[in-house]
Design a protein around this ligand. Structure first.
Ligand SMILES: [Zn+2]
Length: 220
């Protein structure tokens, strides 16, 4: 099962992808993790990616696609994957189709998480993360507060709520996402694999779990 997760920044796409990975036993492949892995291994692609990233530049398509191809040729991805953060453009989606076609495979389902803008704004503005990096638990003062204010339920470390965002920057980012993903979403719609996922209560603590249940009952 080859799954491509789509969703705006702040939609909880990454969290849903992780939960889905656990439930399906498929590897969760995020672009960030793939880049870090290649850089750590010191591969040519890793070095290339690093040279762009350290200059604050976007990694060009051919490098990203090369890294994805390498990952999709690993043993643990033969049964399927959950892709998170790739493809970002129609061109990348076509490249992904090519890579899978060579293996006699295809993208099976593309869940797109639909969360109302005001919920995304609230999620980001009220987010708190555990300052203990080993723990990394995430809270939300509005939707998922810790039992004791400012203290992590899991490990007792203080919570930090640093955000450089305000409502306007978040809404701008959502606009940019919509503009940039239009062709990509259309591409998957035409292929008949796009499934829009709308959790019944997107403000609930378990909104990501709800989304995953919807994905599982949609097509898998
Ligand atoms: Zn913690």
């Amino acid at each position: 099962m080859y799954i491509v997760m789509l969703g705006a920044p702040g939609s909880g796409k990454g969290t849903a992808a992780k939960i889905l990975a656990k439930k399906t036993n498929l590897p969760h492949i995020s672009t960030g993790d793939m880049f870090r892995e290649q850089i750590k291994k010191g591969t040519e692609l890793g070095k290339l990616a690093e040279s762009y990233m350290s200059n604050g530049k976007l990694v060009p398509d051919e490098v990203t696609i090369g890294i994805v191809k390498d990952r999709l040729n690993s043993d643990d991805t033969k049964e399927g994957v959950i892709l998170d953060g790739f493809p970002r453009t129609k061109m990348q989606a076509e490249a992904l189709d090519e890579i899978l076609k060579e293996q006699g495979k295809k993208v099976d389902i593309v869940p797109e998480l639909i969360i109302p803008d005001d919920v995304i704004v609230d999620r980001i503005l009220n987010r708190q993360t555990c300052s203990n990096k080993e723990c990394g638990a995430i809270y939300n003062t509005k939707y998922k507060p810790s039992k004791v204010a400012g203290v992590c339920d899991v490990c007792g470390a203080p919570l930090s709520s640093r955000t450089d965002d305000n409502e306007e920057t978040i809404k701008n980012r959502l606009e940019v996402y919509r503009e940039n993903s239009k062709d990509l979403i259309e591409y998957y719609k035409e292929k008949g694999v796009l499934t829009q996922i709308t959790p019944k209560d997107p403000t609930a603590e378990n909104a990501s779990e709800q989304a995953v249940e919807e994905i599982l009952s949609a097509k898998l």
